[in-house]
Write a protein that binds this ligand. Sequence first.
Ligand code: C5P
Length: 314
Amino acid sequence: MSVTVRAFAKINLGLSIGPCREDGFHQLLTVYQTIGLHDVLRVSAGRGHGIEIRCNDPRVPRDDSNTCYRIVEKALHALKAKARIVINIEKSLPVQGGMGGASANAVATLLALERALKKNLLPEERLRIAAEVGSDLPLFLVGGTVLGIGRGEQVIALEDFPATPCVVVVPEIGVSTPRAFAEWDRKLTVPEASDRMIELSRTMSAWLGKSYSGAPFRRGRRENPLLELVRAGIKNDFEKVVFPEYPELSEVKNALERMGAKYASLSGSGSSLYGLFASKEAARKTAARLRKQGWMAYPTFTLTRQKYWRQIFD
Ligand code: C5P
């Protein structure tokens, strides 16, 4: 049986990197937000054994270093299932782009695999397997606006905010996340990193308090809480290490702001950047202007949890 699934990307609305933990991972605090850009995967389960990965992008590994491969191995073991699995990835999202492409692919594969096998994992088992494969997989089991803590793998569903127009810029630069973390450690002392994390945590607490105590959001009545969050002064710590190495990325951020973005930022460790806009028209015009300047720029929307789950399967 064959199942087709969409793997939606994420952006980070603020990301604070804390000190390195004993296990080598960094303490993180971030708000993940799923967006409309996506890859399409087809997962087939047949007789036999083995895992085969096919992809239209030669940069995607086909072996057991691929997150899809690793999640299938773990899921088959947990489900006590034997099958030959073929995963076809139609790649549109950037590789090493900071939009969680590989992680989204793995979670989409897991969900499609369960359907293809007609077997279900328990929700907590699904979450455990996702977190074992990578820190930013579990968010894709929640979707919408998601608070990420721990090493990013502990996820808390936040209020489903309205779809917000955004522009995503995908520069042809791949940033290695482990290298960016290592650079962060070289640049900041432990007390400095801790202070920044406390600062972001206070900003987010104030925002969460306001969001949940105020009247529920209704179009036209109150400002979009997503824009309230970004106005509160959140930032992505990775900009501090990635922008000096790739100054052109900082120029893209400035361009997004100049062109009317309410907020612009690097996503994850980059190299993708995004801008949030007040209207669909403003986002569309900005993407067109950036494309004229030679950037790969895509207008899209943030994806609410409800839409995320509605649109995952065809
Ligand atoms: O969990 P994931 O496989 O995405 O992590 C890849 C690498 O990124 C880790 O091996 C680690 O070097 C780094 N990382 C980190 N702190 C995190 C998440 C990832 O240092 N919170």
